[in-house]
Design a protein around this ligand. Sequence first.
Ligand code: SIN
Ligand code: FE2
Length: 206
Amino acid sequence: MTLDGGDGFKYLPGHFDRAAQESLVETVRAGVEAAPLYRPSMPRTGQKLSVRMTNFGPLGWVTDQKDGYRYEPAHPVTGGPWPAMPAVMLDLWRTVTDYPAPPEACLVNFYDPDARMGLHIDWDEEAANAPVVSVSLGDDALFRLGGPQRKGKTRSLRLKSGDVVVLGGASRRFYHGVDRIYPGTSALLPRGGRINLTLRRVTLPD
Ligand code: SIN
Ligand code: FE2
């Protein structure tokens, strides 16, 4: 596959080594204690996502039946603010992007062995020219990247623990999703599953 075919998509396999992955998991565990994972609902149908979520940073991505996809400063279940953006995620953003302002949301997605994420485009950010940066931890996942049209050609990539991908440039508006998790492929998380951390700039910087 093309790693950077001029479309702004970057694949950085093994960006985080095992020790860094363990430290990230500890950071996520501490955050999840303050802001528990919950299962959000889709707009209109109210159908629950298979992925459980929480966020770190000043804004968090949420969805529910009534108000749909959006960013909010508070956890929808506890009503409390999201935990601070981890320093290691701010460092990652500075390392892999040249965007002049920091990310505002770190979405935490937790995939059980049977969870998946349908093809979608990240549309809910005003800062549409800021890349999306994502980190994989735990079990392998089959990631699918398409193009700007839902029906277009797609390529698949097996993401492993420690891998980073960047959707920048044109690929910022490409369809993508997770077809499946491969249970038992990583020993990083004691109870298995996969964590995906997604960094996004939401508002336009002044
Ligand atoms: C997402 O698109 O929000 C998640 C992608 C992933 O889990 O790798
Ligand atoms: Fe996405």
